[in-house]
Design a protein around this ligand. Structure first.
Ligand SMILES: C[S@@+](CC[C@H](N)C(=O)[O-])C[C@H]1O[C@@H](n2cnc3c(N)ncnc32)[C@H](O)[C@@H]1O
Length: 372
């Protein structure tokens, strides 16, 4: 076998020099050096032994808040009894200044500090009575409903107003009317004012109640919130409006006002109406996403009923760039006559309701399709 050198493993590198003999007992440690953890950094110096009671704090160094600035010097050993407070460092308020220097060790036999419900930290260092903070687990924030603070409104100075208010004009008008010997009720609730040219209609004195909003409960509509006497009731058509004075043909009677809503809201409200089983309809579609709804807010116009032979007409006007609806007398109207217009006005729409206008030419219903 020694004569056949090829089967011997060829050494690649020079074999190391023979190891020196190991001391007894050390063999198990250094014979397998690979299973020893390789140190990445230099290990810190061994920790000093901790005082009793503080062990929980220092053993969980990782949950201590990480200091933002320079690292402060190592914490001083804690006094007895303080451990319960600082074992959960996250709930400790973060000190603004650097913590005081190390506390002097308590001499043997000295009285223990009071049980620490609070730790007092002083500027000068050491434990003392000043600048103490108390740790409480009670919630400090209470959620309360936010109440909008009242806004003090400056009362309007009537002297500065360029035009007299509606109320002032209406009062003046009513005074004149009363002076002329007209009955009292005519001075309170007139539906029109005669004499002004048609084009001026929307700039003229708005009549009392014309722009006044009712707050209306559509179900109990006889109980009008503002104490206004309800309009006369008609047997088949519900509440209606009547003229309190004679009206000439083409005179402006009243504006159709209400909430301006878009098509989507309109659909929602119609659905609500259907659910309530309410048959009274107070909407007028002017154009896309422009529906005037007098269901909840409006004026006397919301009580004008439909007639197939009406005495008024609903007209669309452009007033200072805004589309507005006005009711104009389509014929001469006598005192006490019910005020009506044809609901099938342009895009006026509504549910299929049987018409009880009583006109000779009555078409039987008030749907949009009846006209377009
Ligand atoms: C704008 S409101 C008019 C005021 C309503 N009468 C009230 O009591 O509040 C329109 C509703 O009045 C009723 N109405 C108006 N004219 C009618 C008529 N000619 N025949 C039947 N019902 C009528 C319908 O219920 C309609 O939806």
């Amino acid at each position: 076998m020694i004569n056949s050198p090829r089967i011997l493993p060829r050494p690649r590198r020079r074999l190391p020099a023979a190891r020196p003999p190991l001391p007894r007992g050390a063999e198990t440690v250094i014979t397998s050096p690979r299973i020893l953890p390789r140190p990445r950094r230099r290990l810190p110096a061994a920790r000093p032994p901790l005082p009793r009671g503080a062990a929980a704090v220092i053993d969980s160094l990782r949950i201590l808040p990480r200091p933002r600035g320079r690292l402060s010097p190592a914490r001083p050993p804690l006094p007895r009894g303080a451990a319960a407070v600082i074992t959960s460092p996250r709930i400790l308020p973060r000190p603004r200044r650097r913590l005081s220097a190390a506390l002097p060790p308590r001499p043997r036999g000295a009285a223990a500090p009071p049980p620490a419900a609070a730790v007092a930290v002083t500027d000068e260092g050491g434990v003392g009575p000043r600048r103490s903070f108390r740790i409480s687990l009670r919630p400090r924030v209470r959620v309360v409903p936010w109440v909008k603070p009242p806004v003090a409104r400056k009362p309007k100075d009537p002297a500065k107003s360029p035009r007299p208010s509606i109320e002032a004009l209406a009062a003046e008008w009513a005074k004149e009317k009363a002076a002329s010997g007209a009955p009292e009720e005519e001075c309170v609730l007139p539906f029109l004012q005669k004499g002004a040219p048609k084009k001026e209609a929307f700039r003229r004195l708005p009549l009392p109640h014309t722009f006044q909003e009712f707050s209306i409960d559509p179900i109990k509509k006889e109980e009008l919130d503002n104490g206004t006497e309800p309009p006369p009731y008609t047997q088949y058509c519900g509440w209606g409006s009547r003229a309190l004075e004679a009206i000439e043909k083409d005179d402006f009677v009243i504006e159709f006002v209400g909430e301006v809503i878009d098509d989507e809201t309109c659909e929602e409200r119609l659905e609500d109406m259907r659910r309530r089983g309410d048959k009274n309809f107070y909407m007028c579609k002017v154009k896309k996403d422009f529906v005037i709804d007098a269901t909840f807010k409006g004026n006397d116009c919301r009580f004008f009923n439909h007639s197939c032979e009406p005495n008024c007409q609903l007209q669309k006007w452009q007033v200072n760039g805004k589309t507005r609806l006005g009711v104009f007398a389509s014929k001469a109207i006598e005192v006490g006559e019910p005020l009506t217009y044809d609901y099938r006005f342009e895009q006026h729409f509504g549910p299929e309701i049987e018409c009880f206008c009583g006109a000779q030419n009555c078409q039987g219903n008030m749907s949009v399709s009846g006209k377009d």
